[in-house]
Design a binder for this molecule. Structure first.
Ligand code: MG
Length: 492
């Protein structure tokens, strides 16, 4: 192991030249590389806050995730950074608000946009310390070669470059977008930089969770003597749902429950592989989701209860996610954290643990290691800005600090109390709007009672905080001073 790490350190020094040589703490710690922890991030797609047994799941069981929580820490106030796929993933991997790095919405097969070469992903940050990095699942940060994972710090990639509903079939697609989707090509299945197959049928979708899991387990076995970062962004439970025969019909809930039980199985396989390869105690495993449930798909969507609304909104149902972290060496078994934390915070936390330098440009994540270690006085993330994609630009829709969440006037989509679709079909959303509304999330987790009139000073304070965000990150037509452009194929 030492030999291979030393070789990578040497190669890195050659690549980085004198910049690396000027970082003595990094160089000297190469000798201690054998102590570097491994990192595993399991990131599901469109899973609701309540869709894990220990978060209140109904109609299906998640014994492996529940065990992971019993052996680790359950985060109750953990947020995905935006309530839509690409923007959420951009934030997770770069430690930045998606609007800081220009990644909007969900990038489709005709998009010419992707993650910029100027950004540093978790993989690139950890590579400075000799990590081997693999991703098995959905990338969704640009499907052109220049944007694919191997060009952004990963050594191995197998999976879909974008969402599993971006395909030719109109079946299971939102009626309003059927025409657009009908023009899409079959989903490309990519290994490394090359297309190795296509997902054309619903039967093909049934294979995805197991395929990703097999590759993840093989990666752990192959790299058990290396420090590694394993990223498993599942395509499921995003519609159209797919599940293997071994889990079809196993839950009371139906298809969605079956899919979640297979994801839970996948978590169990990964935990078992860590144990079998002797790296269990030295590996931090994180489980969470990219955004809340796609509620208009009804019984093919999950549940964010008791939170309000779901995917595509800045109500907590869109962004607060079930999150579990397990690391026997550093996290106390059966612990719980109710402090504010986000997916952006993983990058600086991993960097600190690996002794890797942070990117030279501004990031928005904070090191949450004190939370993992159960420090009762720690509160590393002071506040969080809820942005969402809007035709006029990224819109700042809310801000949270402590228990307070202030919504700014904005429109949002809702079912308005109507049931969602059945059997994989969706029903249309309607538009609603909110004014300036303040919620006490400690007393009112469902954001039901606006208390803005009772706490004018809190409102004023959060408005001032939001103004700082507008200056830095922008709001609608207003351009932020701290934003950087996304990558574009015309720059290649
Ligand atoms: Mg999603």
């Amino acid at each position: 192991m030492t030999e291979s790490i030393d070789r990578r350190c040497f190669l890195r020094d050659v690549v980085l030249g004198s910049a690396a040589l000027s970082m003595p703490s990094v160089l000297s710690s190469c000798a201690r590389a054998g102590h570097l922890p491994n990192f595993v991030v399991i990131f599901t797609d469109d899973q609701g806050y309540a869709d894990v047994g220990c978060f209140g799941a109904r109609g299906f069981e998640t014994p492996n995730l529940d065990r992971m929580a019993a052996e680790g820490m359950r985060f109750t106030d953990f947020y995905a950074t935006q309530a839509v796929c690409s923007a959420s993933r951009a934030a997770l991997l770069t430690g930045c608000y998606a609007n800081r790095i220009g990644i909007r919405g969900a990038l489709g097969p005709r998009s010419q946009v992707g993650i910029s070469d100027g950004e540093l992903t978790i993989a690139e940050v950890l590579k400075q310390r000799g990590y081997v990095c693999g991703i098995f699942g959905k990338w969704h940060l640009g499907h052109h070669r220049m944007f694919l994972p191997l060009q952004h710090g990963f050594d191995e990639y197998f999976g879909l470059p974008y969402s599993n509903d971006m395909w030719p079939r109109d079946y299971l697609c939102n009626p309003v977008s059927e025409g657009r989707k009908a023009e899409y090509p079959p989903l490309p299945l990519i290994d490394g930089n090359e297309k190795v197959g296509e997902i054309e049928t619903l039967e093909d979708q049934n294979t995805l969770t197991t395929l990703y899991t097999q590759r993840a387990v093989a990666f752990i076995e192959k790299h058990r003597t290396d420090p590694f970062f394993l990223y498993v962004p599942h395509s499921m439970p995003h519609v159209p749902l797919g599940v293997s025969e071994k889990f079809r019909g196993t839950s009371e809930q139906g298809m969605y429950g079956d899919v979640m039980m297979e994801i839970d199985w996948s978590v169990g396989q990964i935990l078992q592989a860590l144990e079998d390869n002797g790296v269990d105690r030295n590996t931090l495993v994180v489980f969470t989701s990219d955004n809340g449930p796609w509620l208009n798909f009804g019984n093919h969507a999950g549940s964010a209860l008791p939170l309000r609304e779901g995917k595509g909104t800045t109500w907590d149902g869109g962004q607060r996610e079930p999150c579990i972290m397990r690391w026997p060496r550093r996290i106390r078994a059966g612990s719980e954290c109710d402090k504010l934390a986000t997916t952006m915070d993983l990058l600086p936390t991993f960097a600190a643990l690996a002794g890797a330098p942070l990117p030279g440009h501004r990031i928005d994540g904070v090191n949450i290691l004190p939370l993992l270690e159960g420090d009762p006085g720690a509160n590393p993330r002071d506040h969080f800005f809820f942005y969402y994609t809007h035709p006029a630009g990224f819109q700042l829709q809310a801000v949270r600090q402590g228990k307070w969440k202030l919504h700014f006037p904005h429109n949002y989509r809702t079912l308005g109390g109507r049931p969602g679709g059945q059997g994989g079909l969706s029903v249309p959303y309607e538009q609603a709007s909110t004014g300036l509304e303040l919620y006490d999330l400690e007393k009112d987790i469902g954001e039901t009672t606006n208390v803005a009139d009772r706490y004018p000073q809190v409102v004023a304070h959060l408005q001032a905080l939001a103004e700082q965000a507008r200056e830095d990150l922008g709001d609608m037509e207003r351009e932020g001073t701290g934003v950087r452009p996304a990558g574009h194929t015309r720059h290649s």
